[in-house]
Design a binder for this molecule. Structure first.
Ligand SMILES: [Zn+2]
Length: 128
């Protein structure tokens, strides 16, 4: 298995060079990992078409999320990553603009609820 992974990784390096396919930066071989474009948790396979090459940092930021289910906390920790992840999904033919926009709208609603809460507390304190 490990040997096979090494072979797959070398094939991906031949295809992409030592370039992370999400952030587009160059890395040493050892700092790149094999990535499932469509996460296994949502039915992605181990087939070559579903494998890509990303840096450790992008791999850990992506975890097993995509832009349609990316959590709001992670979004605000890394807003630039979200955009890069969408470009990556689009480039690999797995983007779903409708679901990604729905996820952004869900995050907007969560933020609005938090804002309302904050304003209510502010107004209470003003009236004390
Ligand atoms: Zn990267």
């Amino acid at each position: 298995m490990a040997k096979n992974n090494k072979k797959i990784k070398n094939e991906l390096i031949n295809k992409y060079g030592c370039k992370c396919q999400i952030c587009n930066k160059y890395f040493e071989k050892d700092d790149l990992c094999i990535e499932h474009i469509k996460a296994k948790s949502v039915g992605g396979t181990n087939k070559k078409e579903n494998l890509s090459l990303v840096c450790r940092s992008c791999n850990s930021k992506k975890y097993n999320y995509n832009t349609a289910n990316f959590p709001i906390e992670s979004f605000f920790n890394r807003p630039n990553f979200f955009l890069k992840l969408y470009e990556y999904e689009k480039k690999n033919g797995v983007s779903n603009k409708k679901l990604t926009l729905e996820n952004i709208e869900k995050m907007e609603n969560q933020l609005e609820e938090k804002l309302e809460l904050l304003r209510a507390v502010k107004n209470k304190i003003k009236g004390m």
